[in-house]
Design a protein around this ligand. Structure first.
Ligand code: SAH
Length: 224
């Protein structure tokens, strides 16, 4: 069979697998319609090593190089749903930890503007290359240390961290708009991390809610 035909067939199989993944997310408790739609739309397989395509729509984290991983679809959906709550669309969103660019692509369907920071140059470059064919006009990728946030584009209505620190970096709390929400995994000990949802109620008041236990790669300082 001509290789183009094989590839088209593979795409159809992967499209069906992705729709099934979104249905499973709905059964597992993701209720937000737009989040489910975005998860059913973005081709996760296009962001990972082609050798792992068959696993792209399983609910598991996968290696993306440089000892980093793409998060589980259910965790990504849960975090974005918590950030959005009843909104249909978010305003300005900042992501710390672009990784392979998958979550940034999902966010671009759910927010007006998305800024995504990565501290590892090779991952930033390869995310840029993977995202290019999608021509996403409302997504900006930045190579920098995300612990400092992105003061020149603040305030943000939503901030999402894809890596776990010991706490929430102060610059990120400062760059949250009043009424804005931040979601992040935070390490409680060497082996336990919890998802934290923080809402900024006023310039000085933040409300914290602890969600599930999770497992993320560490938030590290500096660039490389
Ligand atoms: N959202 C990503 C998940 C990537 S894993 C995806 O869809 O693939 C987390 C990423 O956070 C890693 O690529 C890691 O290099 C990055 N990271 C860790 N600390 C960081 C920091 N201080 N600033 C920016 N990125 C950071």
């Amino acid at each position: 069979m001509e290789s183009r035909v094989v590839l088209m067939k593979q795409d159809k199989v992967l499209d069906a697998a992705r729709r099934l993944m979104a249905q499973k997310l709905a059964i597992a408790g993701i209720e937000h319609h737009e989040v489910l739609q975005a998860m059913a739309t973005v081709p996760r397989h296009a962001f990972i090593d082609p050798g792992l395509s068959a696993q792209a729509y399983e609910d598991s984290s996968l290696p993306i190089g440089m000892e980093q991983t793409i998060s589980k679809p259910s965790v990504i959906a849960k975090m974005i749903q918590a950030l959005m709550q009843s909104q249909k669309k978010m305003g300005r969103v900042l992501e710390i930890g672009t990784g392979c660019g998958y979550q940034a692509a999902v966010l671009s369907l759910l927010a007006k503007d998305v800024y995504s920071i990565e501290r590892i140059r090779s991952l930033h470059d390869s995310a840029r290359a993977k995202l290019r064919p999608f021509r996403i006009a409302n997504l900006r990728l930045i190579y920098a240390d995300g612990i400092r946030g992105l003061p020149q584009e603040a305030p943000f209505d939503g901030i999402i961290l894809a890596a776990a620190g010991l706490g929430i970096p102060d610059p990120l709390l400062d760059q949250l708009a009043i009424g804005g929400k931040l979601i992040a995994p935070v390490a409680k000990s060497d082996s336990v991390q919890q998802l934290l949802l923080i809402e900024r109620l006023s310039s000085q008041r933040y409300q914290r809610t602890t969600l599930d236990e999770v497992f993320f790669v560490p938030l590290q300082s500096g660039t490389m």
